[in-house]
Design a protein. Sequence first.
Length: 69
Amino acid sequence: MPPFALRCLRGLWEALVSFGHLWVHVPDPPPPTGPPPGHPERLCPHLPPTPPEQALWDDLAGGSRHDPF
């Protein structure tokens, strides 16, 4: 191999080794679990929804009890 090609390959090798030393694994973020305990938007499964909340849930589910139009 010509000396120029060897110098280029050596430089490439050193660059890859340097990059490998700088590489740091960043772990994936944990999956979302919802609001933390005590957050004002935390769901309370032991309380029944109020009539306006139930109407909103019905609208979201597509089974609205009344048609506003």
